[in-house]
Design a protein around this ligand. Structure first.
Ligand SMILES: *Cc1c(COP(=O)(O)O)cnc(C)c1O
Length: 388
């Protein structure tokens, strides 16, 4: 069982204070490093991104903007408006541009959607990404639908349909794959759900981790984006932060019925992205970039699955392996998640996500992101040492 010595306990108390100040999201690695300078942080396994994709994006950005000196223009001038960027994305997403809404990160879209389209009652599966219930306005009922530990926190499709039919919410949310457990709903099941829940006014599917999921050896990803044509109640929300490793750029989009996009545009979302986000979106539809991205996406998925394999051999923990880029682990030796996370950070410089505040998880849980190959090896090794 992991325990902390006096010195470690003091630092752990400082970490806890930072976390409390950050609310339900974790303090960034920069905040932690700045506020607790005695920590030597080597690996950020709290934030969930593909590091190879960040490198690829940075190579393009350096060549196209920095070396060519176009960066000055990006900083000096207004970027394009929401509808212009929607036009750019429409061909690559194969949807009508009027159905595309651009956000300053997906978080802004979640807020816009929940504030504008949720009227009476929302069902949120737990554990979940907390914004889906935190942004709900006062007076609107939130029903938490607990995913079962006995079912490895996977969504039980038939049971879910029954609950929704009985509770009659106007909004439901499915994060696919889910954060923090990586649970994935297959494309055929998504179609089945949509066909059976047409009476629900707003069905949100958050695909912020969909680039890490696959259904067979081709590693092809299956997005629900094009289903918006058939199901006007569907809203697909997509963050670019995780799979492209660009959280600092703040780029996200959603696909939804064109009437809803028109409503949002009329109500305050005109110039809500940045020049850098526009630069990214133009790359996102660029053939050469996409081909190179596809390579780093698959490489990262393969390394992530190997990382899961290694994690699952450590006897003191149980891994809930999902199809996202992080592993949810449960500590089985009596250690608390707080002591484990503190030990990894203080003793090994590895920052992970303590899930003690995640509602819907019963037990000691920690979420660990997959990083590059060397960092993953360091994480595995350090966890083993922690338990010695
Ligand atoms: C991180 C995350 C977001 C927010 O992404 P941004 O584009 O960075 O705002 C949205 N949904 C889920 C499920 C996430 O994990």
């Amino acid at each position: 069982m992991i325990s902390l010595n006096q010195k470690e306990q003091e630092i752990a108390a400082k970490i806890k204070k930072l976390k409390d100040e950050a609310g339900t999201h974790s303090p960034s690695i920069f905040t932690v490093a700045e506020k607790i300078p005695e920590l030597k942080i080597h690996v950020d396994a709290c934030f969930l991104s593909n590091p190879y994709a960040t490198e690829l994006f940075f190579t393009y950005l350096k060549r196209d903007l920095v070396d060519s000196r176009k960066m000055r223009d990006v900083l000096e001038f207004y970027p394009s408006q929401n509808n212009v960027i929607a036009e750019i994305l429409s061909e690559c997403l194969n949807v009508n541009p009027k159905s595309i809404f651009i956000g300053n990160g997906a978080i802004e879209i979640i807020q816009a959607v929940i504030h504008n389209f949720t009227k009476n009652k929302i069902i949120v599966n737990i554990p979940t990404f907390s914004s889906y219930y935190e942004f709900v306005k006062d007076g609107i009922e939130i029903l938490f639908n607990p995913l079962e530990k006995g079912e490895n926190y996977r969504l039980n499709i038939e049971k879910y349909i029954q609950i929704v039919k009985k509770e009659k919410p106007d909004t439901i949310v499915i994060i696919n794959p889910n954060n923090p457990d990586g649970g994935y709903v297959k494309y055929s099941d998504i179609k089945y759900l949509l066909a059976n829940l047409t009476e629900v006014e707003t069905v949100i599917i958050d695909e912020s981790f969909i680039h890490f999921a696959y259904e067979d050896e081709t590693y092809e990803m299956k997005s629900a984006t094009e289903l918006v044509k058939d199901y006007p109640n569907l809203i697909v929300i997509k963050s670019m932060s995780k799979d492209f490793g660009i959280a600092g750029v703040r780029a996200g989009y959603a696909v939804m019925d064109s009437k809803r996009v028109a409503y949002l545009l009329k109500n305050g979302f005109l110039w809500n992205s940045s020049g850098l986000a526009e630069y990214f979106f133009r790359l996102y539809v660029h053939d050469t970039f996409l081909k190179e991205y596809e390579k780093v996406r698959i490489k990262y998925i393969q390394e992530t699955q190997l990382f899961f394999k290694e994690l699952s051999t450590i006897p003191q923990i149980q891994l809930y392996p999902g199809l996202a880029n992080f592993g949810l682990i449960e500590l089985k030796d009596g250690s608390t998640s707080t002591d484990f996370v503190s030990k990894l950070l203080i003793g090994h410089g590895i920052y992970t996500r303590n899930c003690a505040d995640k509602i819907g998880l019963e037990g000691q849980f920690v979420r660990i992101a997959s990083r590059n190959k060397d960092e993953n090896a360091l994480i595995i090794n350090s966890i083993k040492i922690c338990f010695e």
